[in-house]
Ligand binder design. Structure first.
Ligand SMILES: NC(=O)c1ccc[n+]([C@@H]2O[C@H](COP(=O)([O-])OP(=O)(O)OC[C@H]3O[C@@H](n4cnc5c(N)ncnc54)[C@H](OP(=O)(O)O)[C@@H]3O)[C@@H](O)[C@H]2O)c1
Length: 298
């Protein structure tokens, strides 16, 4: 179709990636999805993110740690959008391998094919946590992207509803450990709201776009809300920061990759994460939806 722009969505099976696929499709783009397992996008994700198989025009099966598997992924592409990253511990791979080098391989392909813009999802408050491995890996890629000569946008979200969903899962089990007093604040964002910010970033100057959601809570308030949504009384045990950091250091002796990813979660609790507010989805309703889907499963 002449005039129709083609977008490559990398990380299309993830929480944000699925909403991005749906949003780009809604705006009339032809969508090519990079996934490792196409079966995954035939069903909704664990936090209500949509099944997107039917929104996708082309599927490329590839793993960014295997260069041959992604050869040619940018052929005919106008815009690359990457929400591809390592968000769970992997026995073999680090954030450096995936977030930095993996996205770097997509960038090389984008440069060869002269795509018109590259939109990348990094993190908010990166300057406050420069030594955390996952932040370092994201920012190494951001530096490469900015130096590449391509037109770019870097989205900096503070925390997704899916991340808050982890508190919900723990509250559902009846008990929750909290590092520190939980007095720091965050305004997390729903994937659908963030996808609008991401698709809007397809046009305009090269720029950084910090983004959060409409409501601000302390971490303790988020946890209490999760308990209430499950119909349980809040039972929260506080762990002092020094103890959590000491435990991480010990965990790192046995499982470096797990400790590196957890270090982000612990470090993040030391600061407020209040980003410019976007969107209309509310965390309270999100928790209510998770609770309702639990009831259906019972
Ligand atoms: N969660 C948050 O609160 C938050 C906040 C700020 C920034 N971020 C960043 O935003 C990005 C997206 O987060 P998310 O929560 O949507 O993550 P997610 O649900 O874990 O999705 C990550 C995506 O990357 C893909 N991927 C990982 N390794 C890959 C590889 N080697 N080759 C090909 N694909 C690979 C995953 O594929 P599979 O489905 O096959 O695993 C998945 O599609 C991440 O970079 C994250 O660091 C997250």
């Amino acid at each position: 179709m002449a005039g129709t722009k083609k977008v490559l969505v990398a990380g299309a099976s993830g929480y944000l990636g699925r909403y991005a696929v749906r949003e780009f499709k809604k705006r009339g783009y032809l969508v090519r999805a990079l996934v490792r397992n196409p079966e995954k996008i035939k069903t909704p994700g664990p936090h209500g993110e949509p099944a997107v198989y039917d929104f996708v025009d082309e599927i490329v099966i590839g793993d960014v740690t295997n260069p041959e598997s992604i050869e040619g992924i940018c052929n005919g592409i106008d815009i690359v959008f990457s929400a591809l990253g390592l968000t769970a511990p992997d026995p073999k791979l680090t954030s450096f391998d995936v977030d930095h080098l993996g996205n770097g391989r997509i960038l090389q392909q984008a440069l060869q094919q002269k795509v018109s813009r590259f939109i990348y999802v990094s993190v908010f408050n990166q300057d406050k946590m420069p030594d955390i491995p996952t932040i370092k890996a994201h920012e190494l890629f951001v530096a490469d992207l900015k130096a590449s000569g391509l037109s770019w946008a870097v989205i900096r979200p503070n925390g997704y509803f899916s991340d808050m969903g982890r508190f919900f899962s723990m509250a559902r089990s009846g008990h929750l450990f909290m590092v520190g007093e939980g007095e720091k604040k965050i305004n997390p964002i729903h994937g659908a709201d963030l996808a609008i910010v991401c698709a809007d970033a397809a046009n305009g100057e090269s720029r950084e776009i910090p983004a959060g959601g409409p409501d601000t809570y302390t971490f303790r308030e988020v946890m209490e809300m999760a308990f209430l949504a499950c119909g349980k009384s809040p039972w929260i045990t506080t762990l002092p920061m020094w103890l959590a950091e000491g435990s991480l250091a010990v965990a790192g002796l046995f499982n470096r990759n797990l400790a590196d990813l957890l270090s982000f979660a612990v470090e993040a609790l030391k600061f407020d994460h209040i980003a410019p507010s976007y969107g209309t989805h509310h965390l309270k309703e999100f928790f209510a939806e998770l609770a309702a889907s639990d009831k259906h499963e019972v």
